[in-house]
Ligand binder design. Structure first.
Ligand code: 2AL
Length: 244
């Protein structure tokens, strides 16, 4: 199968990191295509960044539809553009937050999230509510690191994430920790060893869920609200979306 993993921000180094993490867990007959939009924010740390990045996600799904793509992963913890992307394809589209929450509830009754900046915590909170996992999550913590610090060798990012994971382990009464950023895709093993709890990271969880859905012959339902958008005219810079 061909899996397109979309980094919704425009930082190529993070796309490569996400792609490598995905390839480490994918089966031998899964081809991973890791991409990012040409236009958009270098990192996603606010509602505004999310809104702009959703257009890039849509562009990447439209591109994937021209290449016989079997599944898509949206590799940003806010799952930007997830439902819009699902309307554009019959393939499964999985967000890394949604995937991580599902995986966490299958191995623990309670989990905490450790994300980047506390101002993005509300985005994860909204997703927990939307996906029905609110009562499984004890707390959404932030290591207070800008997303792109995760790309800086020698930054304090890893130590701050580990510290916050240790606090979650000791204070939250949980069985697992969810890492709240696609940029943490390469940190799972290190953090799990340091903290001594199962650590779930959304990129790898989403890849395996995508493989499972494709293996079951399941894709995005076209009955109801995820049907293809009604053809219509779009004006201005979005004219290319007319009558999709
Ligand atoms: N909570 C987050 O840090 N989300 C993210 N921002 C990005 O640019 N990628 C993410 O996964």
């Amino acid at each position: 199968m061909r899996l397109r993993i979309i980094n919704p921000n425009t930082t190529v180094a993070m796309t490569h990191k996400i792609g490598e993490a995905a390839r480490r867990v994918a089966t031998s007959d899964t081809t991973i295509v890791a991409t990012q939009p040409a236009d958009g924010p270098v990192s996603i740390e606010s509602h505004f960044d999310e809104a702009i990045s959703a257009v890039g996600v849509v562009e990447e799904v439209l591109a994937g539809e021209k290449e016989a793509t079997d599944a898509y992963v949206i590799a940003c913890f806010g799952d930007p553009g997830l439902l819009a992307a699902r309307e554009l394809t019959r393939a499964p589209v999985i967000g890394i937050a949604e995937a991580a929450f599902h995986a966490a509830t299958l191995i623990s009754t309670r989990f905490s999230v450790v994300t980047t900046l506390s101002r993005t915590a509300i985005i994860a909170e909204h997703l927990l509510e939307q996906y029905g996992f609110r009562h499984h999550c004890r707390r959404i913590r932030a290591a207070e690191i800008p997303v792109l610090d995760l790309e800086e060798n020698g930054s304090a990012a890893l130590s701050r994430i580990v510290e916050e994971c240790r606090r979650a382990r000791d204070e939250d009464g949980i069985g697992a920790i969810v890492l709240g950023c696609g940029g943490m895709a390469d940190l799972t093993d290190t953090i799990s060893r340091e903290v001594g709890l199962p650590v779930i990271e959304g990129v790898t969880a989403a890849v395996k869920l995508a493989e499972a859905l494709v293996g079951l012959g399941l894709g995005t339902s076209k009955h109801g609200d995820l049907a293809f958008p009604r053809p219509k005219a779009f004006n201005g810079r979005f004219e290319r979306y007319s009558n999709l």
